[in-house]
Design a protein around this ligand. Sequence first.
Ligand code: SF4
Length: 262
Amino acid sequence: MKISEVRCRSALSHSRLPGLKYALNPYRGCSHGCKYCYASAVLRETRPWGEFVDVKRNAPTILAKELRTKEKGNVGIGTVTDAYQPLEERFEITRMCLEQLLRHGFPVSIQTKSSLILRDADLICEFEEIEVGFTLTMLDEKWRRAFEPGASPSKDRLAAMKSLSSRGIRTWAFIGPILPQVTERDLEGLLDGIADAGASDVLVDKLNMKRDTWAKLGPVLEEHEMEGDWRNLVRDKAYFEKVAGRIFDSCEAKGINCLSAF
Ligand code: SF4
């Protein structure tokens, strides 16, 4: 893993994601190394994703300046790369950014695959408006290690979600992407865990294949003898709708609001 400390010229960028006015990404690159990640395509990044991280060392200072003049609006943290990836434990850039956002009274929405977020529960609980989303694509640890090797185990994410929910923080789950033959295994167990963790909403998305996705997924699928089936299923919108339908039905029965992103 190549780690570089870099200086950014701006911290906040305008976001086109629903419900967000700004996006804040304290790191470029992500050591979670998810096999389905398409952040490199979004950023037009040519370095091998999962093998480098740029740490935006001055992001909290730049953010503090921007917050003095920017119009108030919801700030999405970790919209492209995970702001609670393991390096955050050492650098605390996300924590320092949260301190600035709290000081200036900006609403915040965080999305992560890491239980490290619990370290900042003290700050999170001080916000008037904040929500935390956890990406959860499967329950089984074997599959988590295969597809999301650097991220927290799903059970740890659920425990973090439960801990934040119990402190009055609005939490939600992002079941995305639906991974063919993986997400649907023990789907009910995953949804039970999400309900038990107190999530108010679930957002579902299908798998989006970008230019280099097959190159990263191929070895994992080959190892588990799933490549042939996946080549058919990733093109089959009806398949994703069927899995999403199961999620919708289960969420309805559990009293959780469910939305689809596709
Ligand atoms: S956590 Fe998000 S940004 Fe990081 S590798 Fe996984 S999908 Fe990509």
